[in-house]
Design a protein. Structure first.
Length: 614
């Protein structure tokens, strides 16, 4: 998470002596200067190239201009899902104060330290035209003998430059007893293809390691802190070889034994099974009535490319048994007979439309807490799809359907049964129906973008295990996911990547929320744990059709402004929010609901047709 601008812009005094530290308020009054204070950074001026530094995915290089001092500086170039992080693990003394400084230049440049044993620190600045000094300080924990310092940029930004990095504090002294030794090579490396474009890796922890380097085909090492990793961006039907080394302050171990994995065939394009370049998605109140009135399937206008039948609901929260029925005549006097409803679905499909069963909704909580519930879910959903001849499934789990356990701290490796079983169930359905199976999801911002600030803990100081709870599901299914249309409504204000809060109802909110999905974001402020961006063709913006349909209705003019910013003129028509790119392939819009749009004289769909063409 980026610090606030007020933090990033503070002035920095010279911190090369203990006396100056005290003057800056960074040491307790009366603390004696440590005679052994030293600069512990190796090759902080990059005069020896990248000696001592490790840069993610080959993103770092030394250059002769622009420099701050000497003849070289570090140039980091963010690309794709990488933020060009260059790091160095340094031996330190436990329970001691250290100050980290660097001279930096670039649109977004970060400086920080992890593994401090107390509170990890980070500061950042924007200084595209000239070098500026960044500084932060920390105290090591009682048992901390090494920390990792880093400098990095940000997604989609130009290269950043770093020079004259220092870490000033007590010198731990030599490499004698108690000091880190180079760890042994990791053992037990396994590799398994999790999709046509990704491979999951795991290995045994190496004693004394503070991080690991993951090598693909012997090159381009990526640094991770845990004992597992997911390598993405691979090619279908291709064999890859992986190795891992262990790293600490003393150096890098030999590489592990190699493990190979072959990615399966892509099986077509799972993100675009027959959808137009820009699609309109709407929910049809098929099983219930409310103030918007019932709309027969045959009367749904041609504007709608994906029609989600609301809703398939569980017989109980934990059974996994999903049932769907048409709205009773007592509630919906104009409901069509089942045979006519099914015939209308076939007619829509013949016209190129997709009709899905949507599971959940506000009152349909589903918790697949056991494998039996998972298997029942698969069989009962399959029965609905087969009976009505549907194209796929929409997951609209809300409330407590996706409760995270306390132990789930990494979205890349969930262990909570309700999440693991849901992922398994959906993958089973996808495998059963093949590459043309349409899979969509409609989470609320609370379950997705709020993960930028909180993952497993609530924004009000208490614990709310649902914050960001869709992230492991989306991540695990990203290669199977046709559309993600987050509900940008019925939500409070959410912080964007600009570290500002954005409120519902205006273009700014939709721009900021969508930019996060297309750019990627650190989960719960952990810059080592980044939720990777989704493809623009997988994203539709979710909005209420009318003011009656949900809290956060956005006028057509503001919707148009958001679409202009995201697809055409990024950075010039985006109001107060500056996006990290332009995405002409953004799929389109989702609305709750087709019924409410009819209630509002079709204002929502008419605006979409006018913008993208009918």
């Amino acid at each position: 998470m980026r610090p606030t601008r007020s933090t990033a812009g503070r002035s920095v005094l010279s911190l090369l002596t203990a006396a100056a530290l005290a003057a800056a308020g960074l040491l307790a009054v009366g603390q004696p200067a440590a005679a052994a204070d030293a600069d512990l950074i190796r090759n902080g001026g990059f005069e020896a190239g990248l000696d001592g530094w490790s840069c993610s995915t080959g993103s770092g290089a030394t250059v002769s201009t622009p420099v701050h001092g000497g003849g070289s500086a570090l140039k980091g170039t963010p690309a794709g899902q990488d933020i060009a992080r260059c790091s160095q693990t340094v031996t330190v003394k436990p329970d001691s104060a250290y100050t980290l400084t660097a001279w930096v230049q670039g649109a977004y440049v970060y400086l920080g330290a992890t593994g401090t044993g107390t509170t990890d620190v980070q500061t950042w600045t924007q200084t595209p035209g000239a070098y500026k000094q960044l500084s932060t300080s920390f105290r090591t924990g009682a048992a901390t003998t090494s920390v990792t310092v880093y400098t990095q940029g940000w997604y989609g930004q130009p290269p950043q430059f770093t020079d004259d990095v220092t870490l000033v504090g007590p010198d731990p002294g030599g490499s004698g007893p108690g000091q880190p030794q180079i760890p042994a090579a990791p053992t037990g490396l396994t590799a398994s293809a999790s999709s046509s474009t990704s491979v999951g890796l795991s290995w045994a922890a190496a004693t004394g390691a503070t991080s690991y380097k993951v090598y693909r085909d012997g090159a381009n090492p990526a640094t991770v802190t845990g004992t597992s990793a997911t390598v993405t961006g691979l090619t279908a039907s291709t064999t890859y070889s992986f190795q891992v080394s262990a790293v600490n302050a003393a150096g890098e171990s030999p590489k592990s034994a190699a493990a190979a994995a072959t990615t399966p065939s892509g099986g077509g394009n799972p993100g675009n099974p027959g959808l137009p370049a820009h699609a309109l998605v709407g929910y049809l109140h098929a099983s219930f009535a409310n103030g918007s009135g019932y709309v027969r399937m045959a009367d749904v206008p041609a504007s709608w490319d994906v029609i989600n039948l609301a809703f398939g609901e569980p017989t109980s929260v934990t059974s996994g048994d999903i049932r769907f029925r048409l709205c009773p005549v007592s509630e919906c006097p104009n409901v069509e007979p089942a045979a006519e409803f099914k015939a209308a679905i076939k007619a829509k499909q013949a016209a190129g439309k997709k009709v899905l069963i949507s599971i959940g909704g506000q009152n349909g909580q589903v918790q697949l807490g056991t494998t039996a519930a998972r298997d029942t879910f698969v069989s009962s959903v399959s029965k609905i799809i087969d009976e009505y001849g549907l194209n796929g499934l929409d997951i609209d789990f809300e409330g407590h359907s996706l409760s995270l356990a306390t132990g789930d701290t990494d979205f890349r490796a969930p262990t909570t049964p309700v999440i693991v079983n849901l992922i398994s169930a959906v993958k089973t359905l996808k495998a059963k129906y093949g590459p043309d199976f349409v899979l969509t999801m409609a989470p609320e911002t609370f379950f997705v973008q709020l993960g930028y600030q909180y993952y497993g803990s609530g924004p009000w100081g208490g614990q709310d295990p649902r914050a960001g709870a869709y992230l492991p599901v989306i991540h695990a299914l990203r290669d199977d996911l046709t559309l993600l249309h987050v509900q940008d409504y019925n939500s409070g204000s959410i912080m964007g990547l600009d570290n500002q809060y954005h409120s519902m109802g205006g273009a700014d909110f939709h721009i900021a929320m969508t930019d996060m999905l297309l750019t990627g974001f650190p989960v719960a402020g952990n810059t080592a744990r980044v939720f990777p961006p989704l493809r623009p063709d997988q994203i539709a913006i979710g909005l209420p059709a009318t003011t009656n349909a949900g809290n956060g209705h956005t006028s057509p003019a503001e919707v148009t402004k958001a679409l202009d910013c995201l697809t055409k003129k990024s950075g010039t028509t985006c109001g107060s929010y500056q996006t990290h790119g332009t995405w002409p392939a953004l799929r389109g819009l989702m609305t709750w609901s087709i019924n409410w749009d009819r209630f509002g004289a079709w204002e929502f769909s008419k605006n979409f047709d006018a913008y993208f063409g009918s």
